[in-house]
Design a protein. Sequence first.
Length: 229
Amino acid sequence: MRDDFPKPLLETLAKRVGYRCSNPGCDTLTSGPRTEDSKSLNVGVAAHITAASSGGPRYNSSLSPEERKGIGNGIWLCQSCAKLVDNDEKRYTAELLVEWRDAAEQGALREIGSPRRFRARHDSFCVATHNGTIEEINTTHCERHGRPMTPAWLNSNPSQMCSEWLADRLMNNADLQLFFDSKWCGGIWFVVDLQSGDGVVINLHQLADLMPPSPTTTTTPAPTPSDFR
């Protein structure tokens, strides 16, 4: 017997993350208008962090039925990411999914009432390079790769991070996004704070610690130009 979520809880999970997929490498909207004016569409899923029944992904026998179908065991994902996490439960652990959900909820909370949030398809912002200059980048042509992951070692060793700016924002759960610009200096990776509009260039070594999992694409990092090493 499955311990399915009650219907009211499905809507609550979706609303708590602004109807966005909680995978930081996705962050896609899951609800919008249908052709008919009176209807909307939904491509989101209220997924179980630990399975609803024995034998399912990440099943936890120690949970009671009430806990298994409670909001603490739920995460809102798009359909692609819901399938992704259940197809590779060793990579997408219960602990990781809880981190995704909590970060997505905090991100949604920050956006409520914010006077301005950068729009990745239209806005330009200022990015600090490794040689000390500040460059303005228009993101119209940039690839967006979701919120950077926070390395497990960061809290105990923040000086290992490439910049104090980035370490501080990761530890304070700032609204960050990872971008790739293939047209600038042969290709660069950088992280931007969507609230303040500033950011920093990162190299490939740093990228390995920050790249979130992607549900649809795998990008081969371009060589880092010597100017930014």
